[in-house]
Write a protein that binds this ligand. Structure first.
Ligand code: NAP
Length: 250
């Protein structure tokens, strides 16, 4: 993936310790980006992601921050700017589920999911917006989901957060396009990670049965779509949602 300028780009990936986030860190490192690997609690896993990135020849460091706090998002961006001098790519990947039917859903389950998945993305975007506008360059990629497009029984909180990310992406695209900053979303389907391994077997089988491709996706397949939006020469693509779902949302 040739990049068009000689600037070494820096990417901040939230939730880069595991799963799709780790695959994104590695894909961006392969493309020559320095990588700031954010995590909430899995310090050792985040250090392992950073080490794997460094083995690809780039700078990489792990940064702890709970993105459900706006103050923590601002502090995270400050720390990454202090360490790397710039942020060119922000990937809002950190996400959690607290699944339940609406009638059994607690306020805490709702708040946890919305605060992490949506508020976290909003406040990371807010923190990077000024430096990106100042440098007249930025690539923001938000991890939505096919359930943000189609809904899913048992996931009103999660699908609301993922639909919200699409609204965020489109609004940001309009606010930032004139400053050379793009905002796009990737909407994965059913991808093999800790998040989906935690589902009951019946739910996993039902999900898999609805995939035209006949199999779950791999984190690397999502990561390649994120890396596409993060490319320098993708600067005329903004406000888009790309499904990586084996045909689930068709
Ligand atoms: P995962 O394996 O459960 O990993 C979640 C990641 O998010 C971890 O790195 C975790 O950090 C981090 N995280 C969670 N809460 C955080 C917080 N408050 N602050 C900072 N980091 C936090 O999840 P995944 O399956 O890779 O999913 C990644 C993204 O893709 C999520 O946004 C998810 O909603 C989305 N997605 C996944 C699928 C799928 O099928 N897997 C489908 C559609 C969309 P720690 O390791 O420190 O806990």
């Amino acid at each position: 993936m040739p990049e068009s300028s000689s600037i070494v780009r820096t990417a901040l990936v939230t939730g880069g310790s595991r799963g799709i986030g780790r695959a994104i860190c590695l894909e961006l490192a392969k493309a020559g980006c320095n990588v700031a690997v954010n995590y909430a609690g899995s310090a050792a896993a985040a250090e392992e992601t950073a080490a794997q990135c460094r083995a690809l020849g780039v700078r990489a460091e792990a940064f702890q921050a709970d993105v459900s706090s706006a103050a923590a998002c601002a502090a995270l961006v400050e720390q990454v700017l202090a360490a790397f001098g710039r942020i060119d790519v922000l990937v809002n990947n950190a996400g959690v589920t607290r699944d339940n039917l609406l009638l059994r859903m607690s306020e805490e389950d709702y708040d946890r999911v919305l605060d992490t998945n949506l508020k976290g993305a909003v406040f990371c975007c807010k923190a990077v917006a000024r430096p990106m506008m100042r440098q007249r360059y930025g690539r923001i990629v938000n991890l939505s989901s096919v359930v943000g497009l189609r809904g899913n029984a048992g996931q009103v909180n999660y699908s609301a957060s993922k639909a919200g990310l699409i609204g965020l992406t489109k609004s940001l695209a309009k606010e930032l396009a004139s400053r050379g900053v793009t905002a796009n979303a990737v909407a994965p389907g059913f991808i093999e990670t800790d998040m989906t391994n935690a589902l009951p077997e019946a739910a996993r089988s039902a999900m898999a049965a609805g995939i035209p491709a006949g199999r779950p996706g791999l984190p690397e397949e999502v990561a390649r779509a994120v890396a596409f939006f993060a490319r320098e020469d993708a600067g005329y693509i903004t406000g888009q949602v790309l499904c990586v779902d084996g045909g689930m949302a068709v």
